[in-house]
Design a protein around this ligand. Sequence first.
Ligand code: ZN
Ligand code: ZN
Length: 657
Amino acid sequence: MIDRPSDELTLTLPDGSARTVAYGTLPRDVVASIGAGLLRAAVAVELNGAVQDLMTPLRESGSFKVLTEKDERSLDVLRHSTAHLLATAVRRLHPKAAIGFGPAIEDGFYYDFEVAEPFTPEDLTKIENEMRRAANEKLPFVREEVDRKGAQAKFVDDPLKLERLAELGEDEVISTYTDGPFIDLCRGPHVPDTSRIKHFKLMHTAGAYWRGDEHRQMLQRIYGTAWWNKEDLAAYLHRIEEAKRRDHRTLGRELDLFSTDPRVGAGLILWHPNGGVIRREIEDFERELIMRHGYDIVYSPHIVNEKLFEISGHLQTFRENMFGPIEVEGQFYRPKPMNCPGHIVIYQSRQRSYRDLPIRYAEFGTVYRYERSGVLHGMLRVRGFTQDDAHVFCTPEQVPLEIERLLDLVHEMLAVFGYPYTIELATRPENGLGTVETWDRAVKTLSDVLNARGQAFTIDEGGGAFYGPKLDFKLIDAIGRKWQGPTVQLDFNLPERFQLEYIGSDNAQHRPVMLHRVLVGSMERFVGGLIEHYAGAFPLWLAPEQISVIPITPDVGGAAAELAHKLEAAGIRAGYDAENREDYRERIKTASKMKVPYMAIIGKREADAGMVALRFRGSEKKQEIISVDALVERLRAEIATRALHPAGALQPPENGL
Ligand SMILES: [Zn+2]
Ligand SMILES: [Zn+2]
């Protein structure tokens, strides 16, 4: 292979010191020269930001960093190596299995195999046991660089690998990795040997077309997860179990919140009365919130002449996600995929002066976007959804204050739902519109505001939309998963395309700045996320039924009815069966299954004293005797403050918030 021993490379270590090594030196030798302890801890290295393993020759100068288990990026190396370990075990147990690809993915890895019969759960157990054996054998990952002919010879029995080999470019280094009996055509990186792989588990199998092409053969994909320590693996498995228990599609059915129906169409959500309560409460809350923050509510139509989307540019750049067109009297209409153009037209309905700005238009605007049926997922990925969309039109000088306001708004909103969050500032992408100076100024404005507030954020370099930089809020749910949250986007594009103007104090025409922002984003996705966040156990203010009134015997039916009316008169959603059709034990069971926050149980003694026995969701065995008036007051206060958990709960609610 390439051999240029006369060349020297200079490696700059994180402490700033430099090391000169021969071209082609193995990172292993460099790490060993720094320290034997470090070599034992080393998983891989980073050269100029790219991860490579300890067995791959160094071929360029640059910044050099040793990665240990403590570095986030070493996890991918572990996971990809575990995929090799999986293939090693499969080949030992199923020597005829043809091998596809085995990449690291989020939280784990997979490997594709071509086998006569799909793997069974028993197969997985056997394979996992074989993996543990191979790990204990401490098989080194041996890297070899070969020429094309040599590679073809090595993979003569692996048609899928030969296909991949044929695609490699002329000057690409072809490398193979061998651990024990298993050889793979692979670029790496891998851990030094299989004994580094300790905490892993095979998760499930699925059919997967070779190269993702449905005209090619179906392979069997085995998914697994791998971590550096036992605790992380256990936490991950717990998270998976929790996620299953919290699945919004299952809970949505059990709690009668929403459904979809093929007669309506895939990806189109039907909100049932219980889901409708939750959505209405969120909308009412948000409407009140944004009115306080100086917004005006507008409404725009669901179908719009497509010429408007030609002006906005959506027809050119977003066409494959748009439904329609619908022809009406020779004109073409589209269900709107965005609300922005409508709001812009309202802005342009009259001459605007600097005295009118900022103008903040908000709408719960339902939009329709085409998504392939394969990617639709419950409420999270749909074809029709309602955005809590708003557009702020302001002068360039007003931008910092508007960003301040938006940060306040976001904070106030997310605190109510109990979501901690992180902020990302997305900067200019390659194809960013307008000058670099404009972008730099805008990004600086955003980061200055965040810094002045002492608000932590990360930079998503080049992650902005082509038309402007963006603040992305990520919600962290009760089991640590991240969800897309509010976004605030600066737009250099639409004000130009629509020739937006206002008259300045100098009496001249100026172009306003436009901000797009959403808080919940898609109401469907947000509520889907909330269902999982709360595991269906909604805080009182959102609970479809807030309290179940349950008489123990028919003779206290009158007292129960009176209580139910009192609660309802106070605006509290009380569930009460006036006809008393069910035994009280059944009613308690139902209320508990439906995750109703409170139960008011009334027996003879309570009825006579004007009291109720109050029970709390999640701790049904305990109860508190409380007067009817005190109960009404307590619930009213808890609802008014939109409290996350009941003040009187004897135990924390089941979502553990
Ligand atoms: Zn590999
Ligand atoms: Zn917009």
